[in-house]
Design a protein around this ligand. Structure first.
Ligand SMILES: O=c1ccn([C@@H]2O[C@H](COP(=O)(O)O)[C@@H](O)[C@H]2O)c(=O)[nH]1
Length: 225
């Protein structure tokens, strides 16, 4: 892989801290992921500010609503020229089709299958009878048939999904270097394991942002890839 597949999740409450962190590690990541925390706090202005670093922007908004609403939201963020945007596959085929149709041609629309913070028990509690691997595969098939570019799944599932969807774009969060805590993530692998299994994008937040030395952490992860 020529380019750095790591997208840094900037889940920080302050815009100046987020910018400073991104600037510090910019040479050792491939892009920036801005999620709900960032977008709710800083909106379009914040995204414009981070764009100034010249790295691809991944807007991880996990849109999940009726098709008309999701399509309108996609149109509203078109101006931000995101490289990647997420929707929830559980929103259904029509929602995903309309989201893709409303996105800019340079934006990859990827569907979240099963959040990496969920395990078997969590799925049972919300009435899903399949285990995370089966459910992720089912939702990946649905996203594929709806014309999306790819999916978000854990490193446990990406290999099996990749076998069935050869040219899919696979975003994998829930990554933890060998040492360090899991936090709220339940289905984790190392960045290298995810890459070897076929991940296109490695989403990494706290292992870099909460490290004592974020630059050293980013370099150490880069060296394993
Ligand atoms: O299934 C998912 C989907 C998205 N995420 C997002 O990725 C990052 C992970 O951050 P870490 O600090 O490395 O755990 C975070 O922004 C999530 O919103 C995910 O973790 N799992």
């Amino acid at each position: 892989m020529n380019h750095n597949p790591v997208f840094l999740a900037l889940d920080l409450p302050r815009l100046d801290s987020a910018e400073a962190l991104a600037r510090k590690v910019a040479g050792h990541i491939g892009g920036i992921k801005l999620g709900l925390e960032f977008f709710c706090a800083h909106g379009h202005h914040g995204v414009h500010e981070l764009h100034k670093l010249g790295l691809p922007i991944f807007l991880d908004l996990k849109l999940h609503d009726i098709p008309n609403t999701v399509a309108a939201a996609m149109q509203a963020i078109h101006v931000l020229e995101p490289a990647i945007v997420t929707v929830h596959a559980a929103g259904g085929r029509a929602m995903m089709e309309d989201a893709k149709a409303a996105a800019g041609e340079n934006t990859k629309v990827v569907a979240v299958t099963v959040l990496t913070s969920l395990d078997d028990d969590d799925l049972t509690a919300i009435g899903v009878k399949a285990d995370p691997a089966e459910q992720a595969l089912r939702l990946a098939d649905l996203a594929h048939s709806a014309g999306l570019d790819g999916i978000v799944c854990s490193g446990h599932e990406v290999g099996a999904i990749h076998k069935q969807w050869k040219d899919g774009y696979f975003v994998v969060p829930g990554l933890r270097p060998a040492e360090g805590g899991n936090g709220d993530q339940k289905r984790i692998v190392t960045p290298r394991q995810a890459r070897d299994a076929g991940a296109s994008v490695l989403v990494i937040g706290r292992p870099i942002s909460r490290a004592e030395d974020p630059l050293a952490a980013a370099k150490a992860i880069e060296a394993t890839l």
